[in-house]
Design a protein around this ligand. Structure first.
Ligand code: F6P
Length: 322
């Protein structure tokens, strides 16, 4: 293998730049040429390629977003789109690919390998942390940190006005971000898609908290919760309890910002390992970290196998927020 490509795809995550840097510098140290592919799979299809040298990744470690830019690419979901991308890859003499991204990126990479037999590995990166095959994904720690900083601030005003705040966090269909932010933020309720949401029970616990002397509470709502978004849930609680409620939707603020050292280190390790694995002939796998070790997981498993939320952490959050 002489020339490899690197791309970032799907929702950007803080730490992607640190991963690009690790891929580029490891590959160059191994005597490889590296091509940066712009805008994820969209740039792969259109041949938006730029050579990367050591200096092209200078000064990016601390930056959120991705210098290669990202996109969600519907064309890559079709066999025709993937064939077009393969043509561009072959034309450019790229012999292996490293994609940095989450679930959608892994799905695309798996199909690309199956149909086109171009070696491809994925570095686990999403603020949702919803990939089987990595305890933590690049960007999750930063997103949790951002959400907790916001919750800390909301707590001040909630306490001042003796209100109930509903804080909606991202996570798509999963509750990892809500659980970690909720526990770290000392929140009273954590509503996640993995658990049924019983509005009456929430109201009862909030009122019980009042009886025990609590004057304000924070309810973290995962955006994918079955009971609907934070606005809908807050309105139901207001109607049933008469409590003074307010809603904050954190939104894309959770995707940006300076990556935490933890995310930078994870990104550096995964990017470095991905190059090594590609050179060893590995393909169609997720590069992740389990119990501190770098591990490869078949993309099919990474996409399809369930990654449970930590029940003990969930129970702990409720116990400590009484
Ligand atoms: O997958 C990351 C994520 O931020 C999810 O938490 C969220 O549901 C989604 O992406 C939002 O996607 P977009 O930025 O395309 O609207």
């Amino acid at each position: 293998m002489k020339r490899i490509g690197v791309l970032t795809s799907g929702g950007d995550a803080p730490g992607m730049n640190a991963c690009i840097r690790a891929v580029v510098r490891t590959a160059i140290a191994k005597g490889l040429e590296v091509i940066g592919i712009m805008r994820g799979y969209a740039g792969l299809l259109r041949g938006e390629f730029r050579p990367m040298d050591l200096r092209s990744v200078s000064g990016i470690m601390h930056l959120g977003g991705t210098i290669l830019k990202s996109s969600r690419c519907p064309e890559f979901l079709t066999p025709e789109g993937r064939a077009q991308a393969a043509e561009q890859v072959r034309k450019a003499g790229i012999e292996g690919l490293i994609a940095i991204g989450g679930n959608g990126t892994s799905t695309g990479a798996h199909l690309f390998w199956q149909e086109q037999q171009i070696p491809i590995l994925v570095c686990a990166s999403t603020i949702d942390n919803d990939l089987y095959g990595s305890d933590f994904t690049i960007g999750f720690d930063t997103a949790v940190t951002t959400a907790v900083h916001a919750i800390d601030k909301i707590k001040d005003t909630a306490a001042a006005h003796e209100r109930i705040f509903f804080v909606e966090v991202m996570g798509r269909h999963r509750g990892f971000l809500a659980l970690y932010a909720g526990l770290a933020g000392g929140c009273e309720e954590i509503l996640v898609p993995e658990k049924p949401t019983d509005i009456d029970a929430i109201c009862e616990r909030l009122m019980e908290g009042r009886r025990r002397g609590k004057t304000s509470s924070i309810v973290v709502v995962a955006e994918g919760d079955e009971a609907g978004g934070a606005f809908a849930i807050a309105e139901q609680v207001r109607q049933r309890t008469g409590l003074d409620v307010r809603v904050t939707v954190l939104g894309h603020i959770q995707r940006g910002g300076t990556p935490t050292p933890r995310d930078r280190i994870l990104a550096s390790r995964l990017g470095n390992a991905a190059v090594e694995f590609l050179l060893q002939g590995e393909t169609d796998k997720l590069v992740g970290e389990i119990k501190g070790e770098i591990v490869l997981t078949p993309l099919e498993d990474a996409i399809n196998k369930p990654k449970p939320i930590d029940e003990a952490l969930y129970q702990l959050a409720y116990l400590l927020a009484q």
